[in-house]
Ligand binder design. Structure first.
Ligand SMILES: C[S@@+](CC[C@H](N)C(=O)[O-])C[C@H]1O[C@@H](n2cnc3c(N)ncnc32)[C@H](O)[C@@H]1O
Length: 392
């Protein structure tokens, strides 16, 4: 099989528009110059997507994870994409390690690691609209038209990413988790959720596990200033969300006359203290490079996520039809979506029209086969979630 080799950090990455004001950037992104070649590229991607070509498959993600897990890490990763052109495979040279820090005695920061980055559909289209702009032509001229199509339509790239991992030790995180879990177990919300999952909804008894994405770090959340919820108790979003995952496991296990369901969680922000605490309560922390969790999602899975920084809904819609999903409500719209300039601390910044877990035509199609139920209303701890249960 022939390949198209590229590297991040220069070749296929966004063109850097130095010294561009926030307003100029908003204008460029909101009103790209759509010439004929841009139109053709965008149309090609839209048609490919409409034909059902997947941006992500489980095989592709497990293959990438297996390559990244090699020791030593290879210089290049082969990405088998369903959006490939003329049978070509993409080979991405891995980016160089990030610069060495001065402060820590010359070591690479431990929070910086190779990570699978997901490019959601809206960003793929936006990038394609931008790539053929007159001012960007030279940047992309090294690729053939086939390579441009293939690279423009790819759903993953590998980066070094920095995650703000908390260094708060176990002995401080544990009491906060114990308190958050106790508060949750004593709450009316916990009873409400237990009733919904324990009797109201009709859920497949073949369900075996709960796979959670982006529930957040227990340790990081205690570093933030304490906020109080309407019930007068402190908000501890990640603590409450992990406690709720355990409740789901217990209630559904009881309902089906089984042991509590297996709970797996993926969040690159987990600290060592988080991992220890979660493992103590029987939660499996998924390792890997940011995509391994998706390889565990199947028809017998419940997916649980709260405001993840990755497009969980779009990825799941490509790879599986879970028994149920508890995740953000499908309410985003691209109609009139615009970048806007706003001021923060005297500086102009850009607000994006897309959430990190934006929905898509494909997520909306997936939900047609699900019944929607309200998630107990507690915005401060869970945000705006809904429960989706596969029909029949
Ligand atoms: C906006 S925070 C929400 C945290 C928590 N759910 C809450 O409500 O406070 C988004 C979370 O997504 C996580 N995240 C980023 N990349 C991820 C990945 N590849 N898989 C799972 N979670 C990820 C971040 O580390 C972060 O904890």
């Amino acid at each position: 099989m022939s390949t198209c080799t590229y590297t991040t950090g220069g070749e296929w990455d966004n063109v850097v528009h130095n010294d561009e004001s926030a307003q100029a950037k908003a204008d460029r992104l909101n009103n790209p110059t759509i010439d004929k070649s841009t139109q053709e590229l965008v149309q090609w991607i839209q048609d490919l997507y409409a034909s059902g070509a997947k941006l992500w498959t489980k095989e592709m993600l497990s293959n990438i994870e297996a390559q990244l897990a090699q020791n030593p890490v290879p210089e290049a990763i082969s990405i088998r994409s369903r959006t490939q052109v003329n049978g070509k495979n993409i080979v991405q040279l891995l980016p160089p390690s990030p610069p060495v820090t001065n402060s820590g005695g010359g070591e690479i920061p431990s929070v910086c690691s190779l990570t699978v980055h997901f490019e959601m559909y809206q960003m793929i289209i936006e990038r394609a609209e931008q790539s053929m702009l007159e001012s960007n032509r030279e940047h992309y001229s090294r690729f053939t038209p086939d390579e441009i199509r293939m690279l423009a339509a790819q759903g993953v790239r590998i980066y070094f990413a920095t995650f703000g991992k908390s260094s708060i030790e176990y002995s401080k995180v544990k009491p906060s988790w114990v308190q958050a879990r106790k508060n949750w177990l004593n709450s009316s919300l916990c009873r409400e959720l237990s009733n919904i999952l324990g009797s109201t909804v009709s859920i497949s008894n073949a369900v075996t596990k709960i796979v959670c994405f982006g529930l957040g770090s227990l340790a990081t959340s205690i570093e933030n200033p304490t906020r109080m919820a309407d019930d007068g108790l402190p908000v501890h979003g990640p603590g409450t969300q992990h406690a709720a995952a355990l409740t789901l496991a217990t209630v559904l296990g009881e309902r089906f006359g089984k042991e509590p369901l297996h709970v797996m969680v993926q969040d690159p922000a987990y600290s060592e203290a988080d991992k220890k605490i979660l493992e103590e309560v029987g939660i499996e922390v998924i390792g890997g490079f940011g995509s391994l969790g998706f390889t565990h999602v199947d028809e017998e899975t419940i997916v649980f996520s709260c405001h993840p920084n990755i497009p969980v809904r779009q990825i799941v819609a490509d790879i599986a039809k879970p028994a149920a999903m508890i995740w953000n409500k499908g309410r985003d719209s691209e109609e009139g979506a615009e970048y806007k300039v706003f001021e923060r601390q005297g500086k102009e910044e850009l607000s994006t029209p897309y959430s990190t877990d934006h929905d898509s035509a494909r997520t909306r199609k997936l939900l047609q086969d699900y019944d929607e139920f309200d998630f107990p209303n507690c915005y401060s701890r869970f945000g705006d979630l809904a429960i989706y249960v596969r029909k029949g």
